[in-house]
Ligand binder design. Structure first.
Ligand code: PLP
Length: 354
């Protein structure tokens, strides 16, 4: 695929690494390509970062036809810039496109877009351990009509945001509210798809939880309000009486790449990992009789995020004295070690860009 590159004539000053935060600053350029039914994808280009213009009837603004991905570019101590399992993101985005009737992208073209873009923006990949250049590929339907149908035009973009360490102040366990009113997804819906709409509908429960001091919501299944699904933008895992348990992918849970990687690492460490249904009653019982040893969320942004407290139907339960557990810590050390090049990549998960 040919990618036309137009460089900015006003390069940005780099932001100090301890002031980066998440998703607040953007690199100098962005990748764009356009789709038209009958013609396919074309006009692949990298242009200076800036506002885009949309027709007021553009499909995405009315019917929410949008999907996205999230991955990071890491810098090792020797200066290598690398991605973590990028083909997994590429395939998942095409699965999302399938569900949302958006056009798929050839895998090689997608990888070329990512690597060409990251190489051009390599100065924006920060240096310190834990910091990264967060990459956000996304696609939206862009028909210029209000008719409701499968789109004939779409836009694919990649933007990049230099991001600080998630754990600048150390790994502090988070407090999680188990939501029993709103639901995030149902089987047959879009729970397994990384689409903007899932997030729009989750905000209300998130707001409610944050008002009482809880940072994220743990979702229950939409039919029985009984089985644990996932946390906000993370999958969830538990250590109950020595067994590692994570909700099975029933169709309403996002198939996380960090989840998949954690399962592989845990099995390698010799743990029994069960992907199964886990009811909130079983969880509460384990919390009450001290059998819940550890709980953590896992996703690209935080890698793993220990859970120190749950709240369910007004009752609060502490996990592991509110401290990070040994398994959570080991997973964090293994995955970040591989990503930032401090540990041998024995799984072949690293893709070197430059
Ligand atoms: C992206 C995402 C995750 C985590 O997926 P990773 O591939 O590990 O980053 C989990 N849940 C939801 C809802 C997500 O959008």
């Amino acid at each position: 695929m040919e990618i036309k590159i137009t460089k900015t004539d006003s390069p940005k000053k780099l932001i100090a690494e301890n002031e980066l935060g998440f998703g607040q600053f953007f690199s100098d350029h962005m990748f764009i390509m356009d789709y038209e039914a009958g013609k396919g994808w074309g006009n692949a280009r990298i242009v200076p970062f800036g506002n885009i213009s949309l027709h007021p009837a553009s499909t995405v603004l009315h019917y929410g036809s949008e999907i996205f991905e999230g991955l990071k570019a890491y810098r090792t101590e020797s200066g290598e810039i690398r991605l973590f399992r990028p083909m997994e993101n590429i395939r998942r985005m095409n699965d999302s496109a399938d569900r949302m009737c958006l056009p798929k992208i050839n895998e090689e073209d997608f990888l070329q877009a990512l690597t060409t873009f990251v190489e051009l923006e390599k100065d924006f990949v920060p240096y310190s351990f834990g910091t990264s250049l967060y990459l956000r590929p996304y696609m939206f339907g862009n028909d210029e009509t209000l008719g409701v149908h499968t789109v004939k035009r779409a836009t694919f973009m990649i933007i990049a945001s230099p991001s600080g360490s998630y754990y600048k102040e150390g790994i502090n366990p988070v407090k999680i509210m188990i939501e029993s009113e709103d639901v995030r997804a149902v089987k047959g819906g879009t729970g397994a798809v990384k689409c903007g709409g899932n997030y729009a509908a989750s905000n209300r429960a998130g707001e409610k939880a944050s008002k009482v001091g809880y940072s994220q919501v743990l979702w229950l299944d939409g039919v029985h309000r009984k089985y644990i699904e996932e946390v906000g933008a993370m999958n969830v895992m538990f250590k109950i009486n020595g067994e590692i348990v994570t909700p099975m992918l029933t169709g309403s849970i996002l198939p996380g790449i960090t989840r998949k990687s954690c399962i592989e690492v845990l099995k390698d460490m010799g743990y029994k990992v069960s992907e199964r249904l886990l009811s909130v009653d079983e969880l509460v019982e384990a919390l009450e009789n001290g059998k819940l040893e550890e709980a953590w969320g896992c996703g690209t942004a935080a890698v793993v995020s220990p859970i120190g407290r749950f709240c369910y139907e007004g009752k609060e339960y502490d996990v592991n004295g509110g401290k990070i557990g040994a398994v959570t810590q080991a997973l964090y050390d293994t995955l970040t070690g591989i990503q930032w090049g401090k540990k041998d990549d024995k799984y072949g998960w690293i893709y070197k860009v430059c």
